[in-house]
Write a protein that binds this ligand. Structure first.
Ligand SMILES: Cc1cc2nc3c(=O)[nH]c(=O)nc-3n(C[C@H](O)[C@H](O)[C@H](O)COP(=O)(O)OP(=O)(O)OC[C@H]3O[C@@H](n4cnc5c(N)ncnc54)[C@H](O)[C@@H]3O)c2cc1C
Length: 500
């Protein structure tokens, strides 16, 4: 391409680096339009949705197909260059942050829908294909793709596989791993493998599909994905319920599930979260003085829907609901969902910065856990809003802070960690869907022993022995890990010479 854009002469943007790695990487992907290496371009890639840590990559490359990915990976591996994969960069735990100055392999140019097979209810996509596009492409035929992270309008299915993404409708339909039938993966040495061949259910051997899904880009780079697609439910209805007490709202959640109803979605927002969504782009007129709001969706065959709705309305009334209403039409339901799904970003309307946390707790502990999160908020002097997938106990405490105030970012990180400790102590865990990344590495210790962490890092070593792919993510280095390895080596040596 020649000429000028915004006063910049494009000819000047030809590879202008003496760095032989930049030149060689550029040669693999076909030249200057497929690589970024100038500092001003790299700044856009110094973090993902977790903005509290920043680091410049060495370069960002944009392969167009699996072969180019494999060549890039092999080049990095042969030349000891750290590298990582990146989708849309919406990850909230820092998984795509190049903390070791990695070469970022961006998958955004591999964004095709390769095949739709309605008969076998599956589709094949490239990793950079945006989640919501799949449903939009098959919706007119009566099908959809179930995993629906709130970021689905921009996040990629490759990123969803890496993070095992969830979403509002995962209560009834399961998270990403339940919808992945096959993967093509470039291993950290550049070899290409297929797992879950042809998307056939239950292949023999180890469950590598399960292992790769949710491995946060530490075992390989996903280059093709076979996903399950579902027939759209015959009918669905959305209900909104307002409560004066959080305890009543959370008790209603338990009552609904105990009654044997499995809503497609069961979401909750607290008072501060409501203040945020009502101040942002999609207000719907929630009362500002309520303590808790439930957004409930039921779906299924038309004949049973009204029974489910009536049961839910009764259960909410038994828990002193102030107001409960059923959406009058699809537009109203869509407005309620837009209000909820833009909930994280809405915090920007009431706070200069916010940190999203992601813990899981047993549903029955909801009131107790929310009380303890309130205490964390008081202890750190920071407001904490709560938006969560209440049906499956997946909390998102949003710590509001102002990074311009010295020390406040650090305080927010500590408050976020304290929220995760509350979840772990309540018998839950430290992430439901956003992954561990760099953000929650240390918090892994809240739920795993050194030995349990090591059992997992041993797996990473098998796939990624040189630790060049996304190093320093997902696991802390257990203090005892190095010692245990040394002990094992010594006893192994002793056995070899018969001196046990
Ligand atoms: C407003 C907002 C709302 C969100 N809501 C939800 C939600 O409801 N549920 C939820 O689960 N998440 C949610 N997220 C988090 C995020 O969108 C998901 O984690 C998503 O799956 C990340 O996809 P991505 O394409 O942006 O991946 P990236 O952020 O680019 O990467 C995430 C991780 O995946 C790895 N990776 C990316 N592509 C590949 C690949 N092809 N092969 C191997 N590894 C790869 C990266 O190395 C990194 O470790 C939200 C984020 C935002 C900003």
């Amino acid at each position: 391409m020649n000429g000028k854009i915004g006063g910049i002469d494009l000819a000047e943007r030809r590879i202008q680096s003496d760095d032989k790695h930049i030149q060689n990487l550029a040669a693999i992907v076909g030249g200057e339009h497929s690589i970024l290496y100038h500092k001003e371009d790299l700044i856009a890639y110094d973090c993902d949705g977790f903005t509290l840590h920043k680091h410049l990559p060495k370069a960002v490359v944009f392969p167009k197909n699996t072969e180019e990915v494999a060549k890039l990976v092999k080049y990095c591996s042969d030349n000891q260059l750290p590298f990582l994969a990146r989708g849309a960069g919406t990850g909230l735990s820092g998984g795509a942050i190049p903390i070791n100055g990695e070469v970022i392999i961006s998958l955004v140019r591999m964004k095709r829908l390769l095949n739709v097979d309605l008969e076998n209810r599956r589709a094949v996509v490239e990793p950079g294909y945006v989640n919501l596009k799949l449903t939009n492409s098959i919706s007119d035929k009566g099908y959809y793709y179930a995993p629906d992270p709130s970021s689905q309008y921009c996040c990629t299915i490759g990123g969803n596989v890496a993070e095992n993404a969830g979403g509002a409708h995962c209560l009834k339909y399961g998270v990403t791993t339940n919808h992945i039938l096959g993967l093509e993966v470039v291993l950290p040495n550049g070899e290409i493998i297929e797992i879950g061949k042809n998307g056939i259910l239950d292949t023999p051997g180890y469950d590598l599909l399960g292992l790769l899904t949710g491995s946060e880009g530490t075992l390989g780079i996903v280059t093709k994905i076979i996903v399950r697609i579902l027939k759209k439910p015959e009918a669905k209805q959305t209900i909104l319920a307002y409560f004066d007490k959080v305890s009543d709202g959370s008790q209603a959640v338990s009552d609904i599930i105990s009654a044997g109803i499995v809503p497609a979605a069961l979401e909750m927002m607290d008072k501060i979260a409501i203040e945020g969504v009502e101040a942002a782009a999609f207000p719907v007129g929630h009362p500002k003085d309520i303590e808790a709001m439930l957004l409930i969706e039921v779906d299924g065959i038309s004949a049973g829907i009204n029974d489910q709705i009536n049961q839910i309305l009764d259960l909410c009334k038994k828990r002193n609901v102030r107001e409960v209403k059923v959406a009058q039409n699809e537009q109203e339901s869509n407005r309620w969902w837009a209000n909820r799904k833009t909930g994280f970003g809405a915090m920007g309307a009431i706070s200069p910065d916010y940190l999203v946390q992601d813990g899981v707790i047993p549903r029955s502990k909801l009131p107790e856990v929310l009380d303890r999160i309130q205490k964390v908020s008081e202890e750190y002097g920071l407001r904490i809003a709560n938006i969560f997938h209440a049906g499956d106990g997946n909390l998102h405490p949003l710590v509001l802070f102002d990074a311009r105030i010295p020390g406040e970012s650090e305080k927010a990180l500590k408050a976020g960690s304290a929220c995760l400790k509350v979840c772990a102590d309540a018998g839950g865990t430290i992430t439901g869907e956003h992954g561990v990344g760099i953000e929650k590495k240390e918090e892994m210790r809240f739920v795993f022993t050194d030995e349990e962490i090591m059992a997992q890092t041993n797996i990473r070593e098998v796939f990624n022995p040189n630790n060049l792919l996304n190093a320093g993510k997902l696991f802390p280095t257990p203090a005892r890990c190095v010692e245990i390895k040394k002990e094992r080596k010594v006893s192994h040596e002793r056995r070899k010479v018969g001196t046990t």
